[in-house]
Write a protein that binds this ligand. Structure first.
Ligand SMILES: Cc1cc2nc3c(=O)[nH]c(=O)nc-3n(C[C@H](O)[C@H](O)[C@H](O)COP(=O)(O)OP(=O)(O)OC[C@H]3O[C@@H](n4cnc5c(N)ncnc54)[C@H](O)[C@@H]3O)c2cc1C
Length: 356
């Protein structure tokens, strides 16, 4: 029997495994291959790979720094915010670390790989609570398998099956459809771009340079999203002056977007949820890496403090994070009101003036 089974090898699951590796017999499972991912353009969790200051701070707080081989050119000092409807734009100073998300996950896994057991290409299907343990069913190597564990953790991201199975009521954070394409790029951009276009979405889109390539992505609610939305978005990005080269691929996934009536939740039934599985992500920027790091740390602390009552302790520890997300929800009410954003951008307050 495993002491703990963590479903999902994203940032949250991998960080929890790292923190518990010396203390418990840990099993990590993931439906994808985490240990051998070439690069984020081809494989891995769909992500922009920008480490925001909150994430940088949390890495430091947990005694971690990012190795150079995880970084990708260029490092980002500025963002050009563009309203695709009005053409209004402004450039602001920003402090992002540009990483290859597939390599980030691989590196985080390497910090516990010699201690934890990893089952890749393994799809979590269901679980049954039995007295003081869980019987878990997975699909592994095309066969159904069952095993036992004392603690079961949902770290399976926005599409979380653990959350849906355990308590559909609590899986209530709305999900947006997010599409990201990789393109060749013969121009070396030094900034990243954020795009607003209320004809397509009440959220936003982005272009992030990745070495000699770029990723262009956007997110829209399920109600607003249409089959041609992404092509329309890329065309409008191109008209704004960005020139994507040959398209290499296009992938899509869901992304959680908490709201006031739909806040994150750290438990579903009798299992804990960490990271985006619990809906922990910024409503205003879609920054999720800091929340994945923080929730996994909080759960580790709760388990280490009291293995019987860890669920209650974990839920209690999330108060600050939930208040933080309420702040992001309120911020986005202002930020995503087009006329307010356009007035702010036109005013050029805090904006960088690019020198000729
Ligand atoms: C397009 C896009 C761009 C983004 N860009 C950024 C960014 O630049 N910076 C930032 O901070 N955040 C970004 N985010 C958000 C960020 O990626 C997530 O919030 C973060 O990855 C959440 O980490 P996690 O560990 O909770 O879940 P994830 O990283 O999503 O990991 C979940 C894991 O669970 C596995 N899994 C799911 N279901 C099952 C199952 N049934 N069985 C087995 N395994 C399963 C998945 O394969 C995956 O590996 C972006 C999100 C999207 C969609």
């Amino acid at each position: 029997m495993f002491d703990i089974c963590i479903v999902g090898c994203g940032i949250a699951g991998l960080n929890l495994a790292r923190l518990l590796q010396d203390k418990m017999k840990v099993l990590l499972i993931d439906k994808r291959t985490v240990s051998v991912q070439k690069n984020m353009i081809e494989q891995g969790k769909l992500c922009g790979g920008l480490l925001a200051p909150d994430a940088q701070k949390e890495f430091a707080a947990q005694g971690l720094s990012i190795p150079v081989h995880v970084l990708v050119d260029p490092q980002i000092f500025a963002v050009d915010a563009i309203d695709l409807m009005t053409g209004v734009h402004a450039i602001y100073q920003r402090f992002y670390i540009n990483v290859d998300r597939a390599k980030l996950d691989q590196w985080l896994y390497s910090l516990s790989s010699h201690r934890v057991e990893l089952w890749e290409n393994t799809l979590f299907q269901s679980y049954v609570k039995q007295k003081d343990h869980y019987k878990v069913t997975v699909r592994r190597n095309d066969k159904e398998e069952e095993f036992l564990c004392k603690i079961l953790v949902g770290a399976d991201g926005a599409m979380s099956r653990t959350a849906r199975l355990s308590n559909s009521e609590k899986d209530r954070v709305p999900k947006y459809i997010s599409v990201q394409g990789a393109f060749e790029s013969d121009h070396r951009h030094f900034m990243y771009y954020s795009f607003f276009d209320r004809r397509l979405t009440d959220f936003y889109g982005w272009m992030i340079p990745k070495g000699d390539k770029m990723v262009i992505g956007f997110a829209a609610s399920k109600e607003r999203y249409q089959n041609d939305s992404f092509d329309t978005f890329v065309n409008r990005v191109t008209e704004s002056g960005i020139k994507p080269g040959r398209k290499l691929n296009e992938r899509s996934t869901l992304i959680a977007r908490p709201g006031i009536g739909a806040l994150p939740c750290g438990t579903a039934g009798d299992i804990p949820l960490i990271g985006e599985a619990g809906g922990f992500i910024s409503t205003s920027s879609a920054e999720g890496i800091s929340y994945a790091m923080k929730t996994s740390y909080n759960l580790h602390q709760a388990i280490m403090t009291d293995r019987e009552h860890y669920l209650k302790l974990y839920e209690k520890s999330l108060g600050g994070l939930k208040r933080n997300i309420i702040g992001k929800v309120l911020k986005s009410k202002v930020y995503y009101t087009p006329w307010i954003r356009n007035v702010a951008m036109k005013s050029n307050v805090m904006a960088i003036k690019i020198k000729a």
